[in-house]
Design a protein around this ligand. Structure first.
Ligand SMILES: C[S@@+](CC[C@H](N)C(=O)[O-])C[C@H]1O[C@@H](n2cnc3c(N)ncnc32)[C@H](O)[C@@H]1O
Length: 313
């Protein structure tokens, strides 16, 4: 209790650490009626600033053809498969790569299955990719769906605090003593409050994809600007989509950790493979959508050693 900065009336009701933002955020994401488990009509209808229409499909198909021989394409967090089926259909040269799709929602997996274009459907993008050959992995507005919490650092002590929401809905920060965090799991910082999203899941996903044996091209299409403390709190209070953004700096840092190279990192619309016209898509909608392409080449699978009950052998 001593570390909490509570508003009047909340102190007596608040258990230490029990109100961490991550719990309601996780429920909102993947809880029983969460945004990726309950009513998924918004994904099917594409009623968000999606980047899966024909302009995007053409650009990615062109890029994949420019790579040459690609053995496998993996679409993570594939939704209803509009993007994956479109990309595959636009690939006109060479042999058709094996197509792997991953999707967390059971209902969306049924739709993917009926589409018939996925050779394999995984129920979680955190499942390790298969090794060997050349693989293209596309995370199209997927990283922002992964679980995260919100933290900040106190100045000048450097102490870490985690955002919590009291029983009566008031936000406050709890100090986490003795905590260490991975810098490359930290997203962009809100300049006003110091709040930043912290997502080990995001880091693990990117590292796991880039650690496969073989040649891997990982394309991450996602929102880049830092979100604010108020954005995170309002997502929960108003029932909007709970999500965190992914700055290109964060992806570059993870790439460096595993010895991979960043081939492209900019606003997606500036990518040479795009041929956008104002008539085709509302360009303003995508001015904050970043594209980062990372290439890794490993002769053997890189071991990601974290904690291990057998001593990490
Ligand atoms: C915003 S939608 C994007 C859909 C698709 N990529 C597109 O651009 O049309 C994010 C998708 O990621 C899925 N998702 C969330 N967590 C996932 C996980 N751990 N593994 C696989 N899919 C996941 C959600 O169910 C949702 O369909």
């Amino acid at each position: 209790m001593r570390n909490a900065q509570l508003e009047n009336g909340d102190r007596a009701m608040t258990r230490n650490l029990g109100n961490r933002y991550r719990y309601p955020a996780q429920r909102a994401l993947i809880g029983e009626s969460g945004q990726y488990k309950g009513n998924i009509e918004w994904v099917v209808q594409g009623s968000y600033s999606n980047s899966n229409g024909v302009v995007w499909q053409r650009a990615f198909a062109r890029w994949i053809q420019s790579i040459g021989n690609v053995d496998e394409i993996r679409f993570d967090g594939d939704g209803a498969g509009v993007f994956s089926s479109g990309v595959i259909n636009h690939i006109r040269t060479g042999k058709r790569p094996r197509t792997v799709c991953s999707e967390f929602s059971h209902k969306l997996r049924q739709i993917l299955l009926s589409g018939g274009h996925c050779n394999e459907i995984l129920d979680d993008a955190l499942i390790q990719p298969t090794d060997g050959g050349t693989s293209v992995v596309i995370a199209n507005q997927f990283l922002d769906a992964l679980p995260f919490t919100v933290m900040r650092r106190l100045y000048p002590s450097g102490k870490l605090q985690e955002l919590a929401i009291s029983g009566s809905g008031n936000p406050y920060y709890e100090t986490i003593d003795m905590a260490t965090i991975e810098v490359s799991a930290c997203g962009g910082t809100d300049q006003r409050t110091g709040a930043f999203p912290y997502s080990p899941a995001k880091r693990n996903y990117v590292r796991s994809i880039l650690s496969r044996a073989g040649t891997t091209y990982l394309a991450v299409l996602d929102w880049t600007p830092a979100r604010s403390h108020d954005d995170y709190v309002n997502d929960l209070a108003t029932g909007s989509l709970v999500h965190s953004s992914t700055p290109s700096r964060q992806l570059a840092m993870i790439a460096k950790e595993v010895g991979a190279s960043v081939l492209f990192s900019d606003i997606a619309l500036t990518w040479g493979h795009m041929d956008v016209g104002v008539k085709e898509i509302p360009i303003d909608l995508y001015s904050n959508l970043g594209l980062t392409i990372i290439k890794s080449e490993n002769t053997i699978k890189t071991k990601n050693l974290y904690c291990s009950i057998d001593g990490g052998q």
